[in-house]
Design a protein around this ligand. Structure first.
Ligand SMILES: [Zn+2]
Ligand SMILES: [Zn+2]
Length: 262
């Protein structure tokens, strides 16, 4: 059973594909359930700030739910940038709508995009700075799942190389422990395999550490911005999860988690 829990449409600032086309591709690829996770932020000055039109988003969800009835289960989600910042503003927006699923992401460090943040930093400082922000997100935000735990390698790989886990073990360990304690999941994001880093977000080592610390909640997402990327790499991702010892992946309804055996 293929389930894709990280998909964008033209409700996101960086995506041109319409929801109908994403659903059609999902259905063709044998996806059973899809969750749209549009970029959103309440933080003035960053690219995703207030970008989405919620009325339009939910009317597309309703239309596709009808059009793909009996073919595809469609869930309404968001990918919120830095949900640990301006929390009150964020929760007043989230409480207005009936979301199934909220992903949290670090795409900016304060007002610096990751791409800029790493400029003139060495490998260790760049990754440590990023992981510190991920720690703050894990500690303070009200989300269901943390997206692409080691996303920085998407931006840093070509110029700074990959990170060495041992250089950041303490902050990564503390972050994973907090996620487990707070019942927040992590995702395996297959878009990493399409980047020059050529491995999932996060890496095998982080997934293993999460499992060793008692982490169970995992979602799988393609982070597709184009129809052809939906569910890409899922066969390998599920095998990787099984090899680490994960027994379930998770779906969400009205922000409640459900385990699905893999
Ligand atoms: Zn993201
Ligand atoms: Zn995304």
């Amino acid at each position: 059973m293929i389930i894709d829990y990280h998909v964008h449409t033209n409700n996101s600032f960086d995506c041109k594909s319409c929801m109908e086309d994403m659903c059609a591709s999902a259905f063709e690829k044998g996806v059973r359930e899809i969750c749209f996770t549009e970029h959103f932020s309440v933080r003035k000055g960053i690219p995703t700030y207030n970008y989405i039109d919620f009325e339009e988003y939910f009317s597309s969800i309703d239309k596709c739910t009808k059009d793909f009835k009996d073919k595809l289960i469609i869930k309404a989600g968001l990918e919120v940038c830095e949900p640990h910042l301006e929390k009150n503003k964020l929760s007043s927006v989230l409480n207005k709508y009936d979301f199934d699923f909220i992903l949290g992401s670090v795409h900016n460090i304060l007002y610096d995009k990751l791409r800029n943040f790493i400029k003139e930093k060495n490998n260790i400082d760049a990754y440590e700075g990023y992981f510190k922000e991920v720690y703050a997100l894990a500690r303070y935000s009200e989300i269901d799942v943390l997206a692409h735990f080691d996303l920085l390698k998407l931006y840093a790989f070509d110029t700074h190389g990959n990170y060495i886990l041992n250089n950041h073990k303490e902050i990564i360990y503390e972050t994973l422990k907090i996620l487990v304690d707070r019942n927040i999941g992590i995702e395996i994001n297959t878009s990493g395999a399409r980047s020059s880093a050529n491995e999932f977000f996060p890496s095998f080592d982080i997934l293993t550490l999460y499992k060793d610390l008692g982490g169970e909640i995992i979602t799988i997402g393609s982070d597709a911005h184009r129809p052809q990327d939906i569910a890409e790499g899922f066969y390998d991702a599920v095998n990787l999860l099984k090899s680490i010892g994960f027994k379930y992946i998770f779906t969400y309804s009205h922000r409640k988690a459900h385990a699905i055996k893999i």
